[in-house]
Design a protein around this ligand. Structure first.
Ligand code: NDP
Length: 449
């Protein structure tokens, strides 16, 4: 048996890498984890966590307006201090970063704050030139924002920079119409910016139920967001006054103060040395793995966004846990990718689990759809003309609920519990057997017609 420095060398201390390192160490493995930027990865440092805090911050714009209808005396102009929110959010990021770092150390794994690249099937090379050997190498390096290839693209920013702005722009163009685009469209709009979204196709949030995303589009347009569909970048020109003029196919040029690219995320495999170990990548540069997260090199595994399966934090964490339990805990585990709930923290948010109506019709043939299209009572009193929509998609033969799709206040909080029922294979009749909890929005789920 060759003598290795470590049983396991993890590259990347994001959500997946941290979980894998911590659990493997707890199972008794000698573990090192290398991180080139900050422990916590995209989710903690420049993704889910700071984004959600900005969503909360942005929502006050509507809440303060609505508060008057609930008897509160709110001045006509409420000042918003971006620097205050930004500092508080970044301080929270620092706190979680420290907690993650402690978690890894407390589990007995070594943290190496350097970039590491693969230099062989059992060897990594650190940025300072040091070489380390390991019986197993785990690639958990995540992904980065894709930037369209067009003249002047260097004038745009991505979700990496968006948390560090000096000021909120007056006009912003957001490229893309997926998760990040719709979440930041809501955030910037609430902070007072004029938001234009442009997308290469006619669709927003591909993959979500059509009726639900249509509702988001209608509400967003009603609020004053502008959409440019079937538009591809031709170029971005920076004027002497710092303004950016964006030329795109099929539409007049748009002049804004900031351009945010939200056009998908690509695996961080460039320059990682994976070819030195014969690790196969797919056409997007993602590490190809089997159900046990093993790459085409038997000693190298990969988890999380770098594998481009489902780019969600809880999936990376599950993959990290399964990897460590399999290899070091003697527990054969594979991740079940069925019925993964997801949400977009737009204004209002949307959430879904299971098959969309279109997917169910294609897969099952016989399908029954139940829905509730209602104005939440809080919106009624606030004079806010925003309707919620809940949809339940059922197998027409068995009555089994195969999908739930929602838009409206707090739906990400509601879908988590509903997802348990969908995953457990409950039927519409079993939902209806449950007494409604009144008055809530969630009660609609057991009263659907
Ligand atoms: P998405 O995949 O959600 O959306 C990408 C958008 O960019 C789509 O509108 C797509 O258009 C468009 N697009 C894709 N490629 C190009 C291209 N080459 N040129 C022009 N437009 C393009 O990506 P995001 O960047 O918003 O987010 C990345 C991932 O991060 C998400 O898929 C999600 O997994 C994760 N995420 C999850 C969040 C959450 O759970 N709430 C929040 C943020 C991110 P079209 O659809 O027309 O092809």
């Amino acid at each position: 048996m060759p003598d290795y420095d470590y049983d396991l060398f993890v590259i990347g201390a994001g959500s997946g890498g941290t979980r894998a390192a911590r659990v493997a160490a707890a199972h008794g493995a000698k573990v090192a984890v290398a991180e080139e930027y900050r422990v916590g990865g995209t989710c903690v440092i420049r993704g889910c966590v700071p984004k959600k805090l900005l969503v909360y911050g942005a929502h006050f714009a509507e809440d303060l307006k609505d508060a008057r209808r609930f008897g509160w005396q709110v001045p006509d102009t409420c000042a918003f201090d971006w620097t205050c929110l930004q500092e508080n959010v970044l301080a929270e990021v620092d706190r979680i970063n420290a907690a993650y770092t402690d978690t890894i150390g407390n589990a007995g794994a070594e943290i190496i704050l350097q970039r590491a690249t693969v230099s062989g099937a059992n060897e990594v090379t650190l940025a300072d030139g040091t070489k380390k050997t390991a019986k197993v190498i785990l690639i958990a390096v995540g992904a980065h924002p894709a930037v369209p290839d067009c003249p002047g693209s260097e004038h745009g920013i991505t979700s990496n920079e968006v948390f560090h702005l000096d000021a909120i722009p007056k006009r912003i163009l957001i490229a893309g119409a997926g998760y990040i685009a719709n979440e930041f469209a809501g955030i910037f709009h609430q902070f007072g910016a004029h938001v234009t979204l442009m997308n290469r196709s006619k669709e927003i949030l591909r993959g979500y139920d059509l009726q639900i995303r249509d509702r988001l589009l209608q509400i967003s347009m009603m609020k004053g967001l502008e959409f440019k569909f079937d538009a591809t970048f031709q170029g971005i020109e920076k004027g002497d006054d710092g303004c950016l003029t964006v030329s795109m196919s099929g539409h007049d040029p748009v002049t804004v103060d900031m351009v945010l690219f939200a056009t998908g995320r690509l695996p961080n495999t460039a320059g990682l040395g994976l070819d030195s170990a014969g690790v196969a990548l797919d056409d997007k540069g993602a590490v190809v793995v089997d159900a046990d997260n093993r790459s085409t090199c038997p000693s190298i595994y990969a988890i999380g966004d770098v594998t481009n399966r489902i780019q969600l934090t809880p999936i990376a964490i599950r993959e990290g846990q399964a990897f460590a339990d399999n290899l070091y805990g003697g527990k054969a585990t594979t991740v079940d990718y069925d019925c993964v709930p997801s949400a977009v923290f737009s204004h209002p948010p949307i959430a879904g689990v299971g098959l969309t109506e279109a997917e169910a019709r294609q897969k099952l043939g016989s399908v029954k759809v139940y829905s509730s299209d209602f104005r939440p009572m809080k919106n009624v009193l606030a004079n806010r003309d925003e309707r919620a929509l809940y949809k339940m998609v059922c197998d027409g033969e068995t009555d089994r609920v195969v999908g739930i799709h929602m838009i409206g206040p707090d739906v990400p909080e509601i879908i988590q519990a509903a997802a348990v029922a969908v995953k457990a294979g409950l039927t519409k009749a079993q939902f209806d057997d449950t007494v409604a909890l009144h008055p809530t929005m969630a009660e609609e789920l057991v009263l659907l017609k």
